[in-house]
Design a protein around this ligand. Structure first.
Ligand code: FAD
Length: 566
């Protein structure tokens, strides 16, 4: 199938590219009609999404800065169908948590101030954007993962979709369908954090910026709680416990609105930097510990877990961005590393980058030039935009924490004080890929070895094991298909990794995908078992494996989580 523009990924970045491209073409054609100069355009535009439905793989905190939405759809507050906003933020504060107690910050740090912003559910917002894109004539194909980029040298020429109907050995079943090829003059990569095709392209063309990207993993639950316990529009951020001083991250409790059947919802979650040292770090477990904390538990008491999800997010900032344009392609949103980790916000940056990519796409359509020179319009526009200004002000935020929590906080305060003009250390703090910070068991725990994992109190009411959580994410995959978590050196897992890192995949995966099962005859009596059907597509394994031997590739279309309210 031939298209002018193929957009890969139906998150905020991809959908805003689609909507704004349709708007821009409408404006262009109206101008041609009015002036009689130039030619009208009628480009073929499609968007592919690996989830069965638009929004089913979307998860975020999510407090929305409406800046980009105001520019995209200035009338969004009064539009029908209504924009799915849960609540306007009316109160926000930050908590410093110690193991048993904590205190409110006397003033809310400026990056965490949210008055004027909105608590949303990203999957509802994305579904709404998807409907608007469809109304504007964009062809949307959910359930179609892009597997491999088609290339002619450095030029991207299209997308090959994933095959379906292969069994676990890769043999064709009765329902086999080969993945079709979508030829495109321009491919917009909007795959989100650690996009699988984007990762390959960045590596093949050497696009990575000054620093490698570093990520965080966000784990989140939505609860139904008694009314009044956490009012809609209350935004609370936490720092400190349950993370130690060497681990980047923080938590939140946001008061949401009501479900359609009147359930009062609260979002609670934790982000952990994927550049931690502890080989047993388990973000899912840390969230369970956080919920037991006396300052957090009261928000949830008497409530019920509704939904769970997890996803990675790019944390490296400006200096970790890849070159985001080239011959036949542009990269937008989280795939381009456009996340402000100081504010824990990326939705508005993803949306805005999509709009700027759409404007560049229009320029390419008009000139017929889709080469790197043509797509450079996007990079130039991003450089001049508020997106760049915002990221420049926090350009060393995450790297600062590699010197410890206190140093990181002082650095962030310094940047705030001087509006980003000054930073504590060199202007461009260097960092390494996140997995390189993980320590071996013997270096982290000394001779004692890995500690036993203790059962948490209140299991089944306030805290949950991973399998219960995965159930609440609605995750499903066709079981009989090739494993989409490709371990390129499987022998490592039952040999060196047991000895050196104690198989950290069992801990860092927030969905119990990786398990070491007993296997007599193996060197250490264990072997790796991959429960691929539990995978929530967070990509943590691809990022954090200490030997970098796990490659996350797209499974058959439609598989994965079925997020609601997240
Ligand atoms: C836990 C957490 C909390 C956050 N909190 C906030 C917050 O409060 N406020 C805020 O502004 N931001 C927040 N963010 C960041 C924000 O969610 C992201 O910056 C934003 O969603 C990025 O949008 P995107 O469109 O680039 O990517 P995504 O939202 O990740 O969308 C990418 C889409 O592409 C699809 N896709 C991926 N690969 C393929 C493929 N090969 N083929 C087809 N489809 C594919 C995915 O299924 C997905 O639907 C948070 C992030 C996390 C993880």
């Amino acid at each position: 199938m031939e298209f002018d523009v193929v957009i890969v990924g139906g998150g905020p970045a991809g959908l805003c590219t689609a909507i704004h491209l349709a708007q821009s073409v409408e404006r262009h054609n109206a101008e041609v009609e009015r002036t009689g100069a130039g030619e009208k355009l009628s480009p073929e535009i499609c968007l592919i999404e690996k989830a069965a439905e638009i929004g089913a793989h979307s998860i975020s905190g999510a407090v929305l800065d409406p800046k980009a939405l105001d520019a995209l759809l200035p009338e969004w507050r009064t539009m029908q169908p209504k924009a799915p906003v849960e609540a306007e933020v009316h109160e926000d504060y930050a908590l410093w948590l110690t193991e048993k107690g904590g205190m409110k910050f006397p003033i809310t740090p400026p990056p965490l101030r949210n008055h004027g912003n909105f608590v949303v559910s990203l999957n509802k917002l994305v579904r709404w954007l998807g409907e608007i894109a469809e109304q504007k004539g964009i062809q949307i194909f959910p359930g179609f993962p892009g597997a491999v980029l088609q290339r002619d040298g450095d030029k991207v020429t299209g997308v090959q979709l994933a095959d379906s109907g292969l069994d676990k050995n890769g043999e064709k079943k009765g329902n086999y369908e080969p993945g079709g090829i979508l030829a495109a003059k321009l491919v917009v990569l909007a795959e989100g954090s650690r996009g699988s095709m984007t990762k390959q392209l960045v590596a093949d063309l050497g696009l990575q910026g000054k620093n490698p990207q570093v990520y965080g993993i966000g784990v989140k639950e939505v609860w139904e709680v008694p009314k009044g316990q956490c009012p809609p529009g209350l935004v609370v951020h936490t720092m400190g416990y349950p993370l130690d001083s060497q681990t980047f991250g923080g938590g939140w409790v946001y008061g949401m609105g009501e479900t359609e059947d009147g359930k009062n919802m609260v979002s609670v979650g934790l982000v952990v930097g994927l550049d931690y040292q502890d080989p047993t770090m388990d973000a899912h477990r840390q969230l369970q510990r956080m919920k037991l904390h006396p300052k957090v538990a009261p928000f949830l008491r008497g409530g019920k877990l509704l939904n769970y999800g997890a996803k990675s997010l790019p944390e490296g900032g400006l200096y970790s961005m890849p070159r985001h344009h080239g011959d036949g392609f542009v990269i937008v949103g989280d795939s381009a590393g456009l996340m402000n980790s100081m504010r824990l916000k990326g939705i508005h940056l993803a949306m805005r980058s999509g709009m700027l990519a759409a404007e560049a796409a229009l320029a390419c359509l008009r000139s017929g030039d889709f080469s790197a020179k043509g797509t450079a319009h996007y990079a130039e526009a991003l450089q001049k935009d508020w997106v760049h200004d915002e990221l420049w002000k926090c350009r060393n935020f995450h790297q600062g924490f590699h010197k410890g929590r206190l140093a990181g906080l002082v650095n962030a305060g310094f940047a705030q004080l001087f509006g980003g003009k000054g930073t504590l250390w060199s202007d461009e703090l260097k960092s390494n890929a996140g997995h390189t910070y993980m320590k071996k068991v013997v270096d982290y725990f000394g001779g004692k070895g890995k500690p036993e994992v203790e059962k948490l109190p209140e299991d089944g009411t306030l805290t949950f094991d991973k399998l219960t959580s995965v159930y609440s994410s609605g995750t499903m995959h066709e079981e009989d298909q090739p494993c989409h978590l490709v371990v390129t050196e499987p022998d490592l897992c039952s040999t060196r990794c047991v000895e050196e890192f104690g198989n950290p995949c069992q801990h860092f995966c927030p969905a119990a995908v990786y398990e070491m099962e007993e296997k007599p005859g193996r060197k250490h009596g264990v072997d790796l078992k991959i429960n691929a059907s539990n995978c929530v597509h967070c990509k943590t394994c691809d990022i954090m494996d200490p030997y970098q031997v796990i490659n996350w590739v797209t499974p058959e279309g439609g598989g994965g989580p079925n997020y609601q309210n997240l």
